[in-house]
Ligand binder design. Structure first.
Ligand SMILES: Cc1ncc(COP(=O)(O)O)c(C=O)c1O
Length: 425
């Protein structure tokens, strides 16, 4: 029988993987002089070595060319955001005109809601998940209040129906049907941040549309993690960040998708000069004529220094291809799951769904014995160079990122939990 727990097995898996690791292209943080097993790419992805050159290119250009840097080759700043458009569109399965890199996630969520959450007395409500990332909750609640409605009745938070705190599709379907006639918007995650559960945007968008509601997604934990086909999903809009699986640095410029059918929408929007029709922007006229497509929601000229690392990251995703990366991710996370079930069943409970199509890279783990024991394990791991993250009240998230994590990293994690269990007994 294959011994999953042996070094030779893990090493062979790494050596023979159809997608060779890009680990050497990243800065791997050290712990006591040795590389960490870094499982926090779902929070802040590691730095691609190519990012520095991209940032330095901008700094050098600024030093050399000053204002003329907007127009001079290479990579003039005026159309700089367009440099990331095509790879970003390929990554999320969208048409190039449907995506734009701008602002931050929560800002983009508000901008999207200005246009796509248009509550009326008959249809005032938003359906979201209970336990959503707090910023989404704050944004949605404040939007409901901004329009003069009452979050008590008009912000509907669906409770998970499955034992581990996850959702069955039936529960989502029932909720959309039950509240459908009052729903202005359904806002759902692509991958839930605490449980790691993945959802199919196409199914949720279809259900929402059948009830006459708009449908948008927070893809913070989905982009660069699972395969996305945003155009075909029919979703009206989506927002995401680039500092997690997209490895573009702390607070990186975020992403936004607006479906092609809204390219020339006459819905209200909050406007700024960078969303104005590019061909006439510099006539400096007061009338606003939006650029068709997602670009039309831009407000300001983009932070070029902030966009630079995203170019380096997207080059990697483009080279590897999301499909191949997702397949590797499934192998790595599948290995983690198999080892936990085989060796650590008495210590770790896996919260994340078992089915591959219902999860991404991350496994969310609860430690048997409760929160204090969970914290103790988490601290033990961190003290030994194994970094996951902790999400209150009692979850350790471990996310093998297929660009730089290896089977050897996964084995190291499982061994360290075993050693802690032995010493804590
Ligand atoms: C699911 C989710 N939504 C929203 C946010 C907020 O992102 P930002 O601070 O970039 O607006 C985060 C941040 O981690 C997140 O994980």
């Amino acid at each position: 029988m294959t011994d999953l727990f042996s070094d030779s097995y893990a090493q062979a898996q790494d050596a023979n993987d159809p997608l060779p690791t890009l680990r050497g292209e990243f800065h791997i943080p050290l712990h006591d002089g040795h590389e960490q097993a870094y499982f926090c790419g779902n929070s802040l992805g590691l730095q691609p070595k190519g990012a520095r050159a991209m940032v330095e290119e901008v700094l050098d250009k600024w030093a050399r060319d000053a204002v003329e840097g907007h127009f001079l080759e290479p990579a003039p700043w005026m159309p700089y955001h367009a440099l990331v458009r095509e790879p970003l569109a390929r990554l999320v399965g969208a048409h190039p005109s449907e995506v734009v890199a701008m602002n931050s996630l929560t800002t983009n969520l508000h901008l999207m809601m200005v246009s796509f959450y248009r509550p009326t007395r008959e249809r005032p409500a938003i359906l979201m998940e209970a336990g959503a990332f707090p910023s989404d909750h704050h944004a949605l609640e404040s939007q409901v209040r901004f329009h003069g409605f009452d979050p008590e009745t008009d912000l509907i938070e669906l409770q998970p129906d499955e034992a581990e705190g996850t959702f069955s599709m039936q529960a989502i379907e029932r909720a959309i049907a039950e509240h459908g006639h009052r729903l202005a918007l359904v806002l759902w995650p692509g991958v839930q941040y605490r449980t790691g559960q993945a959802f199919d945007p196409a199914t949720i968008a279809r259900l929402a549309h059948a009830q006459g509601a708009v449908c948008g997604f927070d893809l913070a934990h989905a982009v660069g993690n699972i395969d996305l086909a945003l155009h075909d999903s029919g979703a009206d809009f989506a927002v995401w960040c680039h500092y997690k699986y997209l490895n573009s640095g702390p607070g990186a410029v975020a992403g936004c998708f607006v479906h092609e059918r809204h390219a020339r929408t006459d819905r209200p929007r909050f406007a700024g000069w960078w969303g104005h029709d590019q061909s006439t922007r510099f006539r400096m006229a007061p009338e606003f004529a939006p650029t068709p497509g997602a670009d039309g929601w831009q407000l300001s000229n983009p932070p070029i220094l902030g966009l630079a690392p995203l170019r380096a990251s997207l080059e990697q995703f483009d080279r590897v291809g999301m499909h191949a990366l997702r397949a590797k991710s499934q192998r790595l996370t599948g290995y983690l799951e198999a080892l936990i079930r085989e060796r650590l069943g008495d210590t770790l409970q896996i919260v994340t769904p078992r089915e591959q199509h219902r999860r991404g890279a991350q496994l969310s783990l609860r430690v048997t014995g409760g929160r204090e024991r969970g914290r103790a394990l988490f601290d033990h791991l961190a003290g030994n160079g194994i970094l996951g993250d902790w999400r209150e009240p009692d979850v350790i998230r471990i996310s093998p990122a297929p660009l730089y994590n290896t089977h050897a990293d996964v084995l190291r994690f499982v061994r360290e939990v075993e050693s802690w269990r032995g010493s804590a007994a």
